[in-house]
Design a protein around this ligand. Structure first.
Ligand code: MOS
Length: 732
């Protein structure tokens, strides 16, 4: 572990979690609660001609059968990347249209979950089917170019110099096409909503990364005043980008609760998470890389085709990160979207950075072999302080130190360069691989409210969502350090639209956005306390100062935004719209970096790949919460092992939908797949980026892991695998 710039405080929510306190929306229970279940489409595209719900309505305990015919006053809340609030613009059950297999066609609410589920099975649908396409290369897809409106507004073009000319002049070139499959994050907490009305006021309990989008989205969809909608989400049981906007079930639950006059709980089952929530789209990467004879990378061209839905353009910014890995002399990034008949894909853990860096870092490894240069030495020689894409300096960039420390700790110097040169006596092939990763530094606006009382209460309310990453602990730590009080005495209120405006928490910006705001609130509180104490605090706690001056409580509120954001950004924040600042600021560019070193072992007869050892060193600026940061990093490495060796959502072009839509068949690493994972932090504050010096951590952790594993597989076996996941059959 590196030096600790912050105390190593245990998770403040640890006890509630391990004791199973009902802190998640699906655990919510209340008097009169009805349980809802969904009937889903069994065709991939077309429309419903007739829906027979008679038998469903006769099941004892059924209170409501809702179809599109009962949803007349409801409209779509729009697509979050198109100015709306939903994960897609298409809200199921507003019309007979079927846009993808697995889409809801009816909802049943009943006294028990069993009755609701039974009734959904009795609903009979007749459909009119239409032709559909679900893969990048299928007939009937439509390709959208980056230069077309509105895509060009979302994916900035990256062109630096003339890479075609430089490629023609290069001494060594690499060209490869690399495929990354669709994947589904599977938070253990399913997507779930409890909706309750009190007169014209609606309360939504739901685990989310974006309480404000749910509030405004439901208001828009149902024609309500947002003032009358509250969203309460103290904890989300994992999100990983899937819960970053209004989901399709929230409006359905709200309508069912209104129609029945009862609170309604709707928990979407696991198969529904595969079909009715966003996922990582399939992507294909065509890379051309050129170096001069010394190994200087003088040209890179990265072209991407990524999947989107028929109804929305999910903008993939893949090359925005691959362009920031090295000091490429020239670079061009090109991105295209391919419309397919699926729900709109979305952000899944390092959504673009993981596939983009898998592709680029696989090619950089090939380049090292083509040049006969050590893969670490080649990477160090291509380090830079200037961003190729903009010509601006990086506010901080310690990837070289990540590589050096990682190499040291891993024992990289003992590696022999040649593929298949490190076999053990029983024929096990051993491979050592390296890769780096990057992730944009982003800040979003935050309003923090801090209250202290003479009874010793300290309450910090700020935009942020706790989804297991540890933002509560980081906030409690920051306030505790500022006010000189124990972290356990700080109450952290996040994910609650009744307290402070709740910006979407995603993109690894939670800490860099909420912590500086909380620290500012702490400073403002110290000042206010000194004012009422008429002098220095002299070691007294806030409660002691309040008591001495006869006051019951004191409150302060501060606002923070990204450098260069206008004041109007706080209106967007209050309206639940994403207001993302970075990674390019006026005079600098900010990215987090990481280096991964991996050992793989390939069993001689089964060709099974094991990963006994990983060393990862991260540059995320200042480490705010050492324990949760280390946990994030280990978790990210496990994600990377999953991406490299296990995870893929299987698609059959004959059927549509996703075939392995459960946790038995969607493979993720289990404990037996995980060996030693050593993690380390550079822990150098980036105070150009923000006053706390924290960059982002969550997502960069997994970026590059899959490439390091693929590169180790090459070193072990001599096989260069250009698609994920890497399976036994690739090595036969
Ligand atoms: Mo993250 S995939 O931006 O929650």
């Amino acid at each position: 572990m590196s030096k600790l710039s912050f105390p190593d405080i245990p998770r403040v929510d640890a006890y509630d979690k391990v004791r199973g306190k009902p802190i998640f929306a699906a655990d919510d229970t209340r008097p009169g609660l009805l349980h809802a279940a969904l009937a889903i489409s069994t065709i991939p595209k077309g429309y419903v001609v007739t829906l027979n719900t008679e038998a469903a309505g006769r099941v004892p305990g059924v209170r409501l059968v809702l179809t599109h015919e009962g949803m007349t006053a409801v409209k779509s809340s729009g697509f979050i990347m198109g100015g709306g609030y939903g994960f897609q613009s298409f809200q199921p059950m507003l019309s007979p249209t079927i846009a993808y297999r697995g889409q809801p066609i009816a909802l049943v609410a009943a006294d028990t979950l069993e009755a609701a589920v039974e009734a959904t099975h009795l609903i009979e649908a007749e459909y009119m089917e239409e032709p559909f396409s679900v893969t990048l290369d299928a007939m009937g897809t439509e390709i959208v170019q980056q230069a077309e409106t509105p895509l060009k507004n979302f994916i900035p073009e990256i062109i630096a110099g003339d890479p075609d000319k430089a490629l023609a002049e290069a001494s060594v070139t690499i060209e490869a096409t690399i495929n990354c499959p669709p994947q589904h994050q599977n938070p253990i907490e399913l997507i779930s909503t409890v909706a309750e009305w009190d007169g014209d006021k609606l309360t939504i309990h739901e685990g989310t990364q974006n309480a404000e989008a749910i509030r405004h989205g439901v208001a828009l969809g149902l024609g309500l005043n947002p003032e009358n909608v509250a969203v309460i989400s103290p904890f989300a049981g994992g999100g990983f980008g899937q819960k970053n906007s209004l989901q399709m079930q929230t409006v359905l639950a709200a309508v069912a609760a209104r129609e029945t006059g009862r609170p309604v709980k709707l928990v979407v089952p696991r198969a529904g998470v595969f079909h009715d929530a966003s996922f990582r789209p399939a992507s294909r990467h065509h890379i051309r890389l050129g170096a001069d004879k010394t190994g200087k990378m003088i040209a890179a061209i990265h072209e991407v085709d990524a999947q989107t839905s028929r109804h929305d353009l999910f903008p993939g910014e893949y090359t925005a990160t691959s362009a920031r890995l090295y000091g490429f002399s020239t670079f061009r990034g090109v991105e295209r979207l391919v419309r397919t008949d699926v729900q709109t894909p979305g952000y899944m853990r390092a959504p673009f950075e993981h596939p983009a860096c898998f592709a680029m870092e696989s090619c950089v490894d090939e380049l090292a072999y083509a040049l006969n240069q050590d893969p670490v030495a080649l990477r160090l020689a291509n380090d830079t302080t200037t961003d190729t894409a903009t010509g601006l300096p990086f506010s901080s960039r310690h990837v070289a130190e990540c590589l050096r420390r990682g190499a040291d700790r891993f024992g990289w110097a003992n590696r022999s360069m040649a593929p298949r040169s490190m076999q053990s006596s029983d024929g096990t092939e051993i491979g050592w691989g390296v890769a780096i990763g990057a992730y944009p530094g982003i800040i979003v606006p935050a309003i923090a409210h801090l209250k202290v009382t003479d009874g010793g209460d300290v309450i910090i309310s700020v935009g942020g969502h706790e989804m297991g990453q540890g933002i509560r602990t980081a906030l409690a730590t920051a306030i505790s350090c500022k006010l000189g009080i124990p972290a356990t005495t700080v109450t952290v209120v996040v994910g609650d639209t009744r307290s402070a405006p709740q910006h979407l928490t995603a993109g690894s910006w939670g800490t860099a956005s909420a912590i500086p705001a909380a620290e500012d609130a702490g400073d403002a509180m110290l000042k206010a306390l000194e004012t009422i104490a008429c002098g220095p605090r002299a070691g007294r706690s806030p409660a002691e100062i309040l008591k001495a001056s006869g006051r019951q409580s004191l409150e302060v509120e501060v606002r923070r935004k990204a450098p260069g954001q206008p004041d109007a950004i706080f209106d967007r924040l209050r309206a639940g719209l994403p207001s993302i600042g970075g990674p390019v600021f006026g005079s600098y560019v900010t990215f987090s970096y990481i280096a991964h070193f991996v050992e793989v072992q390939i069993e001689p007869s089964t060709r099974r790949i094991r990963v006994p050892r990983v060393v990862s060193v991260a540059d995320c600026g200042r480490v705010m919460s050492p324990r949760t940061a280390a946990s994030q990093l280990r978790g990210g490495v496990v994600w990377g092992i999953g991406a490299a060796l296990r995870e893929a959502s299987e698609v059959d072009s004959r059927y549509g939908g996703f075939l392995n839509a459960d946790l038995a068949e969607y493979l993720v690493p289990v404990n037996a797949d995980i060996g030693s994972i050593e993690v380390e932090f550079i822990d150098k504050p980036d105070t150009t980026f923000n006053s706390a010096g924290a960059k982002g951590l969550g997502e960069v952790c997994m970026v590059g892991v899959a490439a390091a594993i693929a590169n180790a597989v090459y070193h072990a076996s001599g096989r260069r695998v250009r698609e994920l996941p890497i399976r036994i059959e690739h090595l036969l």
